[in-house]
Every structure is written in C-alpha cells, then in structure tokens.
Design a protein around this ligand. Structure first.
Ligand SMILES: Nc1ncnc2c1ncn2[C@@H]1O[C@H](COP(=O)(O)OP(=O)(O)O)[C@@H](O)[C@H]1O
Ligand SMILES: [Mg+2]
Length: 338
C-alpha cells in the first residue's frame, strides 16, 4: 500500500497497528487535536510525550472509540476503533482521577478472572499474573495494595484479554522511582512478546530506555518524531554550568543565546541555543565565574525546547528531516554587551 508517496515499504501483515490522518478534535473552542498524523507499526513501543493539555488523552480516547474524531481518519488494527475494541484485541489503562480506580474487597486473582471472562480469547490468569509481576500478590485484596502494586493490577486488567495492542495513559503517574522502574521493566517484557504498546507520559526520565520511538505532541500536533537520540540531536540547546556568587538570574537571561537560567546557591545553569555566544557575552558582562562547563542537550531540555511557545513552526521528524539543523529559537543576532 502506498504510504504518502514514500518509497515502498515491505508489507506488514495487516498494515500498521494504528494510524491517524489529519485528525481534528475540538471541545467547544478548544482545539485538542489539530490535524494529527501518526502511524504506529505492529510490535512497536511508542511513547506519546507532551505537556499537560497537549492532547494525549484525547488521542487515546479516540483510538479506543470512546470519542469519535470530528475530522480525519483513524484506523486501529486495520479497522475502525470501535470494531477493533469489540474484537477484544485492544487493552487499555486509562488515567484515573483519585485512588486506584480498583473495586475494593476483591482478590487480585478474582478480579483478573472476572475481567478475563469478558474477552473472547483471554490469556490464562496465571500468565497475566506473571506478566504483571503479581503472582505473589494474587491472593491480596485490592484495597491492601500499595500505589505501585495497584498500578500493576490496572496494567494486568489492560492485558487480561491477551491484547495485540495496549494503550497506557500516564501509567506511572504518582509512582515512586522504584515503582516506575519495575513497571517499565514489566511493560518492556510484555512488548517484547510482539505486542504493540502506546503509552502517554509527561515524565521524560525513563522514556529514553523504554520506547522504540518517541512522538512529541504539542497543542494537538506532532512536533517531533524519532528515537530519543534523534530528538536530542535535533535540538541545538546546550547547557552551560559554572560557579558564581550572588549573580542575578535576570541578568543571566539577558545574555546572548540564553533560553533559561537557574541559580542555586553558587551553582548556575544556563540553557543556551548558542553556547559560544553565551560564553562570550558572559565574559563581556563582567560576571565573575569559575569551573565553566558546556554539555549537550538531554532529553528533558529537548522536550522543553520542542514544546515551549518558542518552538512554533519547527518539527523534527526522522522520516522527513533526519539532518534537522534549524535552530528552534534563533539567538539574538547581535546584542552588544553593556
Ligand atoms: N472533556 C473535555 N472538555 C473540555 N475540554 C477538554 C476535555 N478533555 C480535554 N480537554 C482539553 O483538551 C486539551 C487536550 O487535553 P488532553 O487530551 O486531556 O491532554 P493531555 O492528556 O495531553 O494532558 C486540553 O486543553 C484540555 O483542557
Ligand atoms: Mg492526559
């Protein structure tokens, strides 16, 4: 099948796991999805990354057939979202308001068997327990689980039907570092069984290791698409650190190229889109400093640069612009130092 006129790709069995083309979704005057285009291959683990309000949950609810796209086309496992859901091949872990979202007074194993019965071809409960690291907790009542354990049960519910495709909306929200680490390890194991996993998050730290590909969305449209390394490399931000006493952050923000300035005690960190110009301006400013160091962008800086209001009209896409180099925000052309 022709994919937007690109070079022919080897046919995937049954096509992509999901595809959005030109999807627009509004809540009254709020545009939640603004011509969103997205394709996820079968077996891929995709992180949908974006700040709060970017449209992640809206995209997932459309993929699940909970809401219908107002414009554009959506396909899931080669059919429309509702039919895909009805086939039992799609599982989901949605965002919950407060609490664990689990019913009380029921054992983990019983909750999973009840859920499995709703599916045509469920996984055996023992396998779901093992996949979610819950074998030891099978006889525990749901209200006696820790926050991280409850999230595992919610994951287990999402995979109880042995789905081909799983959506996880902010699955590690409110989990501690250890809880998140083991959650991702468990999810990674599940995805290596050839399942497609799409998860939304605004936590960047683990995405790097967990996802095959990252799609950054901002205001309902894709602003970056690629491996974490592509996204980091695409952003010209550099971090300039040094030690200085009693320096005014406002003054640092005025230096050429500086995007953000943070002062903690005597430690100063500047994010710069032109580290050379920043260092020159710093020297010219007469601020005294020691131990200066310039490093490349990490994923978090890349994310901030891509999703900030300064990022208008620039996109990073592996497929379209592998050698993206345009600055996201041009440093001021030339500002003479005071
Ligand atoms: N049910 C709703 N009614 C009105 N506005 C909504 C509703 N759900 C989401 N929005 C708005 O749509 C935008 C996208 O929200 P959402 O998809 O929840 O983003 P995310 O999951 O990335 O935080 C936001 O501006 C949000 O306030
Ligand atoms: Mg959300």
């Amino acid at each position: 099948m022709g994919l937007r006129g690109g070079p022919p790709r080897p046919a995937e069995p049954g096509g992509p796991a999901l595809r959005f083309s030109g999807v627009v979704h509004r809540y009254r005057s709020i545009v939640a999805l603004d011509h969103l285009d997205l394709e996820v291959a079968r077996g891929e683990t995709l992180a949908l990354l974006g700040p709060n309000g970017a449209g992640k949950s809206t995209a997932i609810s459309i993929l699940l057939g909970i809401q219908r796209a107002q414009e554009g086309e959506v396909s899931v496992l080669g059919t429309d979202p509702r039919s895909a859901m009805a086939s039992g091949k799609v599982g989901a872990m949605l965002q919950v308001g407060g609490g664990s979202g689990l019913p009380h007074g029921v054992k983990v194993r019983d909750l999973l068997s009840m859920t499995a019965r709703l599916y045509r071809n469920p996984a055996p409960v023992a396998r779901t327990l093992a996949r979610s690291g819950l074998t030891e907790l099978a006889d525990r009542q749901t209200q006696r689980l820790s926050g991280g354990q409850a999230q595992r049960v919610r994951f287990a519910l999402a995979i109880a039907g042995d789905p081909e495709l799983v959506f996880l909306d902010e699955p590690t929200i409110a989990m501690d570092v250890e809880g998140r680490r083991s959650f991702w390890a468990m999810m990674r194991q599940f995805s290596t069984e050839g399942r497609t996993v799409v998860f939304a998050t605004h936590h960047l730290d683990e995405v790097d290791a967990v996802a095959d590909r990252i799609v950054v969305i901002r205001k309902g449209a894709v602003v970056a698409n690629g491996a974490a390394s592509t996204i980091k490399a695409a952003v010209p931000t550099r971090r300039v650190r040094f030690a200085s006493k009693g320096v005014d952050p406002a003054r640092l923000r005025e230096l050429d190229g500086v995007n953000a300035a943070c002062v903690r005690g005597s430690q100063v960190v500047l994010d710069s889109l032109d580290a050379d110009a920043t260092v020159r301006a710093l020297v010219a400013s007469g601020v005294s400093f020691t131990d200066i160091e310039v490093t490349g962008a990490d994923l978090e800086q890349a994310f901030v640069a891509l999703t900030s209001d300064l990022a208008e009209a620039h996109t990073v896409d592996d497929a379209v612009a592998p050698a993206y180099s345009a600055p996201i925000r041009r440093p001021p052309a030339s500002r003479t130092a005071p």
